[in-house]
Design a protein around this ligand. Structure first.
Ligand code: MRU
Length: 358
């Protein structure tokens, strides 16, 4: 990748630097988060977005919080818990956020149990190392998803993707876009149709930008064009990311994903979800219990600063929808590929080594 979506600068007194995705594609600007409030706002306003990237950013956010923690370890732990609880309120759907916060909290507890006389500095170092580990693992998981998924990218294929599940949504080279990057590296020629992804245009602004940077043949379409392209035989597979996958394989992803899965089923086109194991929530039996973020009316009623709907118009703006497992041809993870996902296959897959589940 020619850019890094987010990176930690310095040691325990450092800060998190991230691409301000609100400004893309017009400007590539890095912003620095030096307080939990700044990071909360960056997540809430989508300066940093995409499930894995939100998780990695939040892990570093706890480290930022530790910079103002009290000196005693009990007080520092309370401060850690309070920072994590605060950041957990930033967005509700992507489970990677909660997964990463829980992991950093657990590391803090384990560290203090193993080092009862530790001070705040050594605790902060242990937490920063955990955040670095989460970041490094995310990079490795993205690459492995690409290695497994690239065989689903056929020569001359037309692929459709929705929202942005690329490098900008992770610490590494993305989830849904990772198989494309790997196939491209191997010399495979294919075309990607990019849904613009109303209302916030992550497809038009972000996916189109990063695929173009990588030299991949990409064509932007409006969300309502997918059906006609499928009917014309231009789409051979749909690949999207995920924000949360329930135990049975039901998958929450950007609003519009469910409709694509219905269109794909109608046209007999494979529909793939690509996600790391940190996106699975086995505590939730099915997709009905996935919390769906509702966002501001202005995102739908305005285009940038320009109002496009009458004042006081009622607006419904769920940021995500749930695609039932039955509509998903396969889920690609860092461990391999789960075809026709269901609860039993997913449980076996997540507890397995690197072998694909068939
Ligand atoms: O609202 P966003 O931009 O955070 O939504 C992002 C998505 O829906 C992505 O598809 C998902 O997080 C997967 S990212 C690898």
């Amino acid at each position: 990748m020619v850019f890094e979506t987010l990176r930690w600068i310095g040691g325990i007194d450092g800060c998190l630097e991230l691409i301000d995705q609100r400004l893309l594609p017009a400007e590539l600007v890095y912003m620095q988060c030096r307080t939990p409030v700044q990071l909360y706002d960056a997540i809430r306003t989508l300066a940093v977005r995409g499930a894995p990237a939100i998780g990695v950013a939040a892990a570093y956010g706890v480290c930022i919080g530790m910079q103002t923690a009290p000196g005693d370890t009990e007080g520092a732990m309370q401060h850690l818990d309070a920072t994590a609880a605060y950041l957990a309120e930033s967005r509700p759907t992507a489970v990677n956020l909660f997964w990463a916060l829980d992991r950093v909290k657990a590391r803090g507890r384990r560290f203090l149990a193993e080092n009862p006389v530790a001070d705040r500095q050594t605790l902060a170092e242990a937490l920063l190392n955990e955040a670095h580990a989460i970041c490094a693992e995310d990079k490795a998981m993205c690459k492995a998803i690409g290695d497994h998924g690239r065989r689903l990218v056929a020569h001359d294929a037309g692929l459709l993707t929705h929202c942005n599940a690329g490098a900008l949504a992770t610490a590494g080279q993305g989830t849904a876009l990772s198989p494309m990057y790997e196939a491209h590296k191997m010399g495979c020629k294919f075309r990607v149709y990019v849904d613009e992804t109303r209302p916030l245009l992550q497809g038009a602004r972000l996916t189109a930008w990063e695929l173009t940077q990588a030299g991949i043949d990409a064509t932007l379409i409006c969300d309502n064009m997918a059906g006609v392209l499928m009917r014309q035989g231009k789409i051979n597979a749909v690949i999207t990311g995920a924000d949360r996958i329930a135990a049975n394989g039901d998958t929450a992803n950007k609003i519009g994903t469910f409709s694509l899965s219905v269109l794909a089923a109608h046209h007999n086109i494979p529909f793939y979800i690509a996600a790391p194991s940190s996106t699975f929530d086995l505590s939730i039996e099915n997709g009905d219990r996935i919390p769906i973020e509702q966002r501001a009316a202005d995102e739908v009623a305005c285009l940038g600063a320009q109002r496009t709907a009458p004042e006081k118009m009622n607006v419904y703006n769920p940021a995500f929808d749930v695609t039932p497992a039955a509509q998903i041809t396969a889920i690609i993870t860092e461990k391999g590929i789960v075809e026709k996902p269901n609860a039993e296959k997913i449980a076996r897959h997540l507890h397995s080594g690197a072998l694909p589940t068939r």
